[in-house]
Design a protein around this ligand. Sequence first.
Ligand code: MLT
Length: 275
Amino acid sequence: MTSQATARLATFTLHDGGGLPLVLLHGFPLDHRMWAACAECLPPGIRAIAVDLPGAGHSDLDGYPPSIEHAADSVYRTMVEAGEGNAVVVGHSMGGYVALALAERHPGFVAGLGLVDTKSTADTEEARAKRLRIAAAADASQTVDAVLSMPAALVGATSTERRRHLFPVLDSWIRAQSPAGVAWAQRAMASRPDRTAVLKRFDAPVAVVVGAEDAITPLADAEHMVRAAAAPFGLSAGDAALTLVPGAGHMSMVEDPQAVAAALGLLHIQVVAHH
Ligand code: MLT
């Protein structure tokens, strides 16, 4: 069921073009800005629209209880109101959870899926409990202190050594988020189900991208999604492509924007051919 109290979300055109857009969904605890460098590297002519998910960046919370499903419905409603009937939906980590919920709830909208440093499985009990603790800490302190240490885990060992300039950038993006938005997102992620079956049913092109040094959603999670997405086609090449980004961690689109943009450009070509 589509949630009723669906707010209009803030959107940002990060790359100009025509036709079927890429809709870019950010990870946690970030906003649309994490896609900017990658969008700049897209092939000419591909339109890229980044969305701030509920409570992140310039998007408000609308009083709806935390859920990935509500985030997906909000993206859908926002895009339809903007005149976008369908799109290639690309999600990073938490944005990937939202992309899979969109494919489940609004399959006609999703013409292709890009799943970047994310996974289709649900949380373990331990991970869920940790999220609820972080949400409670954000509420109690009215700060985002509980997530300020994240940049060290988000980037890979290569970036820690050679791309030190990314640390203050990630830090400033995290500090700009609202405590209420951080708490909402953690509770939303904690309650999401396993959506591997959504990928099994999805019958349009899928690109799975993962940083070789991603310690949060590692290669095994990416391979699990590729296997699920390829299932209906009997592993036919091109329907579920896997791109491994060397020297990058969980923020592959920030750490190596060209590599991720190239994979998304190929996905767009495949979707247009398939459409
Ligand atoms: C993200 O990058 O969106 C988060 O690390 C996802 C998560 O906490 O599961």
